[in-house]
Design a protein around this ligand. Structure first.
Ligand code: ADP
Ligand code: MG
Length: 312
């Protein structure tokens, strides 16, 4: 899905069979891959997203290591089908397991790319054993898709499981429509009570929703932070948020938030965590204090708002 977003897709369709045990397929309407590069896309460390060393200093794409397709194809039967808009014919590369014998043949496909993964871990029984039940694996997939859906309101996402459409996130680029997607994902309760923030400072922007003081959740299941569109579990950011909420949330409950931090890619190093869930900020104090300030202000303002209409 990240590849689809990097390819500029506006529509992504995911088809899962048996919790992904049998099949995981993703189709997009992005820029596609030319025939000559299909095989390359499946090889290790091949990426089209970085062409010189300097690009590493300011990564704006979600991918950049060229590992995903190579590693998935080494443990499954994978078919990559693609058609760039200016290529007459679609082509397809099939790879099976580690030997990486890639067969390229003509195929039928609209503009965009499909990746079809069947029989995951068919050749690595030890890893196959670690797959959970179909229900649990599907829940993981659903969760990952929610996170991505929250990161790109302008992209429509459809999720099918065993032939049935289970999620349909319509593209909702307008501010008012964003709320609809947040509601669809987290229920009206959060969205109705949430405070909205949108502040800028020194090239940084923080935008999103957070729970008002006193309306904590029983679980910490609704805490999402995105840095330049990428979902993060970052210590520094979490610390700033926790500090801002200090005392403002009932004991035993958890704050809920969906926050988007945007800043110059040169100010962030995403190459510090294998799953890219952590980043390093070049000016970490500045980032921390900015987040802390915006959230505390929002919380304080909501405290200050009179709960009964003033008598005049
Ligand atoms: P990375 O995303 O780190 O570059 P991947 O293994 O995920 O590595 O993909 C390898 C390459 O295949 C990408 O750099 C890109 O050129 C191409 N690619 C993969 N998926 C898509 C897609 N959905 N649309 C267009 N190109 C793709
Ligand atoms: Mg990738």
């Amino acid at each position: 899905m990240e590849n689809s977003l990097d390819a500029g897709a506006t529509q992504i369709e995911i088809e899962i069979e048996r919790g992904g045990h049998k099949r995981i397929a993703i189709r997009d309407n992005g820029c596609g891959i030319v025939k000559e590069e299909l095989e390359l896309a499946l090889s290790r460390h091949a990426t089209s997203k970085i062409s010189e060393l300097a690009d590493l200093e300011s990564i704006a794409s979600l991918g950049f290591r060229g590992e995903a397709l190579a590693s998935i194809s080494s443990v499954s039967r994978l078919t990559l089908t693609s058609k760039p808009a200016d290529q007459e014919q679609a082509w397809q590369a099939c790879a099976e397991g580690r030997d990486m014998q890639v067969v390229v043949q003509p195929a039928a496909h609209p503009n965009g790319t499909s990746i079809d993964v069947v029989d995951l871990f068919f050749n690595t029984p030890a890893r196959r054993k670690f797959l959970r039940t179909e229900k649990t694996e599907f829940a993981h997939i659903d969760e990952v898709i929610k996170r991505i859906a929250l990161s790109r309101f302008d992209v429509s996402i459809v999720l099918k499981h065993n032939g049935k459409v289970l999620r349909k996130y319509a593209a909702s680029p307008k501010e008012s429509q964003k709320q609809t997607r947040v509601n669809a994902i987290y229920g009206n309760q959060f969205a109705q009570q949430a405070l909205q923030v949108n502040s800028q400072y020194d090239g940084m922007q923080l935008h999103g929703w957070l729970s008002a003081p006193g309306v904590g959740r029983a679980q910490n299941d609704l805490q999402y932070v995105y840095v330049n569109g990428r979902m993060m579990r970052d210590k520094l950011i979490n610390h700033a948020i926790r500090q801002a909420y200090e005392g403002g949330i009932a004991p035993g409950t958890h704050a809920a938030f969906v926050l988007y931090l945007t800043l110059d890619p040169e100010q962030v190093d995403v190459n510090v965590h294998p799953a890219k869930h952590e980043v390093r900020f070049h000016q970490s104090r500045l980032v921390h204090d900015f987040i802390y300030r915006v959230i505390s202000q929002a919380l304080n303002q909501s405290f200050a708002e009179p709960s009964i209409d003033p008598i005049d």
